[in-house]
Ligand binder design. Structure first.
Ligand code: SF4
Ligand code: SF4
Ligand code: FES
Length: 472
């Protein structure tokens, strides 16, 4: 059992765990403490010296990332003396740093830029020729390195050493010629490599996927989860709606959730935001020809009233709220509901970090909402069905023959071969365009409230099903 003790920081008393790192107490209490090399997911390294604080009774300033908490400790992070120490360290960091801020992709979320602006120390006292290094090193796996911008904090090196344990980066050469790099002839291999872009406190590591696409201050952000697999890693969704343009998602960044994904996400999930824009169904169709949503709604209701054996096939990618509305539809239309969706299982995708073997976000909800996904029951119901209502399930995409001779209604956010012959193909909002609850592989319920502002004519599936239910 950890012992909590009292310490004083800038004359304010706070409680902290005895023996834990002072920097953690400061970060957890939102007390400003500049730092480059320390990271809560990677631990201390003590190389940057930016986290200097004054501790009563100690002759010299100490680094907060290597100072254990003691009872009654009196700490100062502010004040002329300690701020002067930190300014001088910052000045050394800037000796060889290029004047790249106007063109640097990290501007607006760069720790070096923030600390420099905070320091008020704008007059350059060091008039020496700057060292130059390589500006564009393609490290592989979507990561670009600018060696000149690197502050040698070694966070990226320690990520591959301690987290993925693949040891893909190292510090090469000595003293002020030291640079980060892969080993000769090697590229980054890890499926988690892009996390080093978030870990890098400056603009040395940038994402090839995102760089130069948006200035960070123009984007808005909301909290969501990744739907790349059943882990449901927590992400920030950075998006922007420009005048006359549709709201566009530009990137996912990992969001800390110690119970789900810790500090990181996999590269597959990180890039899965692109599915939102690619290959979308945006036009309501009847037998492949454009039709109005209202007419398709009428087709939907008439098909249910005219059919005896109905199968509603839902998807483990749908939210709990959508699944509940789908189940009400099945009850009202006396249909069989099935969640059969083997196409999302992929044993090769699973690893021992975060990725699971199920590339759908909400299969765990089937148990809670009581939806059967048994193969035999599904095949039996499909054989008998004269009407198949498909809700975001891609099972038939490469098995369209199975739908021959049946009426088909396909509610889908994406293009599918089924849309070409379906009696109604209804474009629905995609994962990030809708709000809902998802249960991950460990039974953790997570809510997403979408802030995407879409002009596209896709419908909200839950609202659409609720409207149909009210008319049955
Ligand atoms: S590239 Fe970035 S994360 Fe890596 S050592 Fe340099 S500053 Fe640190
Ligand atoms: S592990 Fe799964 S949920 Fe997490 S980021 Fe990767 S694909 Fe997404
Ligand atoms: S954060 Fe403490 S020395 Fe770098």
């Amino acid at each position: 059992m950890s012992e909590m003790v009292k310490i004083s920081v800038n004359d304010t008393e706070l409680e902290a765990e005895k023996g834990s790192l002072l920097i953690d107490a400061l970060i957890n209490e939102n007390i400003h403490i500049p730092h480059f090399c320390y990271h809560q997911a990677l631990g201390k390294d003590g190389n940057c010296r930016m986290c200097m604080v004054e501790i009563e009774g100690q002759k010299r300033p100490q680094i907060a990332c290597d100072t254990p908490i003691k009872d009654g400790m009196i700490v100062r992070t502010k004040g002329e003396k300690i701020e002067k120490v930190r300014k001088e360290i910052l000045e050394l960091q800037l000796v060889n740093h290029p004047l790249d801020c106007p063109t640097c992709d990290q501007a607006g979320e760069c720790k070096l830029q923030d600390y420099y602006m905070d320091s008020g120390f704008y007059v350059n006292r060091v008039n020496v020729q700057k060292n130059h290094a390589l500006k564009r090193v393609d490290l592989g796996r979507n990561v670009m390195l600018d060696q000149e911008r690197c502050v040698l904090c070694t966070r990226c090196v320690r990520f591959f050493k301690n987290v993925t344990q693949t040891n893909e980066l190292g510090v090469h050469a000595r003293a002020d010629h030291s640079v980060i790099g892969t080993f000769p002839g090697m590229e980054l291999q890890s499926e988690y490599a892009m996390n080093i872009v978030d870990l890098c406190p400056v603009g040395a590591l940038t994402s090839k996927d995102f760089r130069f696409k948006q200035r960070v201050w123009f984007m808005e952000s909301f909290e969501a989860i990744c739907n790349g697999c059943s882990k449901g890693c927590n992400v920030h969704v950075d998006h922007r709606k420009e005048k006359y343009e549709d709201d566009t998602v530009f990137r996912f960044r990992p969001r800390i959730n110690k119970n789900v994904n810790g500090h990181f996400i996999c590269d597959y999930g990180r890039l899965s935001y692109k599915n939102e824009a690619e290959n979308r169904l945006l036009t309501p169709l009847a037998k492949g020809s454009e039709e109005s949503i209202n007419n398709l709604k009428a087709t939907f209701i008439k098909s249910i009233k005219d059919s005896k054996n109905i199968l509603v096939l839902v998807s483990p990618t749908l939210s709990c709220e959508e699944l509940t509305s789908a189940q009400q539809l099945a009850v009202k239309s006396k249909a069989i509901i099935s969640g059969y969706a083997p196409q999302y299982f992929d044993e090769a995708f699973k690893d021992d970090m975060l990725r699971t073997n199920d590339k759908s976000a909400n299969r765990a909800a089937f148990v809670e909402i009581n939806i059967n996904e048994d193969e035999n029951a599904f095949n039996e119901s499909l054989k008998k069905a004269s009407l198949v209502i498909i809700l975001e399930n891609s099972y038939f995409d490469d098995k369209t023959d199975l739908l021959k001779g049946k009426k088909v209604i396909n509610c889908t956010s994406h293009q599918s071969p089924v849309n070409e012959f379906a009696n109604a193909a209804i474009p629905v909002a995609s994962f990030l365009e809708k709000s809902g609850t998802y249960i991950n592989c460990d039974g953790i319920k997570q809510e997403v409230v979408s802030k995407i502002n879409k002009d596209k004519p896709s419908v909200d599936l839950k609202a659409f099903l609720d409207a149909i239910n009210s008319m049955l």
